[in-house]
Design a protein around this ligand. Structure first.
Ligand code: DQA
Length: 142
């Protein structure tokens, strides 16, 4: 089974971006962790990152058309984008929302997610391990 791991804006800068908040793992490290975890679980995992909202919408439409499970860290769009939420609402396979940091321990504007109400589950604050846990849940078959 294939799974898409989709990362939104600024996540390509992991490792150099606010390391006190997001840790020292780079996006390449994160992608390798996801692919390796997928291999252990028998999942073909593809990891993508974009700073362009329309590109993320296109990937979500692709996942909707192919009934592919998605692990999504929409980053800042989590808190701003009805369009990303509407694209997520079209998914038929499982959707897990992931945030590296504990958004609830941070600024008020990070406490609301447009995605959570249309996700099957949400993992926040567990660092990049959250991605591996999301893949494990998807592999387990809900
Ligand atoms: C984030 C949390 C968001 O609030 C922030 O805008 C991000 C990353 C996280 O993974 O902790 O860019 O989604």
């Amino acid at each position: 089974k294939s799974v898409l791991v989709l990362n939104g804006p600024n996540l390509g800068r992991l490792g150099t971006r606010e390391p006190a908040v997001y840790g020292s793992t780079t996006h390449a490290d994160l992608a390798a962790l996801c692919v390796r975890t997928g291999e252990e679980l028998g999942l073909a995992v593809e990891v993508r990152q974009t700073d362009h909202e329309g590109e993320l919408l296109g990937w979500l439409h692709e996942a909707a058309d192919t009934a592919t499970p998605v692990v999504l860290n929409a980053a800042a769009w989590t808190h701003t984008s009805v369009a990303v939420r509407d694209a997520c609402a079209q998914l038929t396979a499982p959707l897990v929302e992931v945030h590296i940091s504990n958004v609830h321990r941070r600024e008020e504007f990070r406490h609301h997610s447009y995605i959570s109400a249309v996700a099957d589950g949400v993992i926040v604050g567990l660092g990049v391990t959250g991605y591996a846990l999301a893949l494990r849940w998807i592999a387990g078959g809900q």
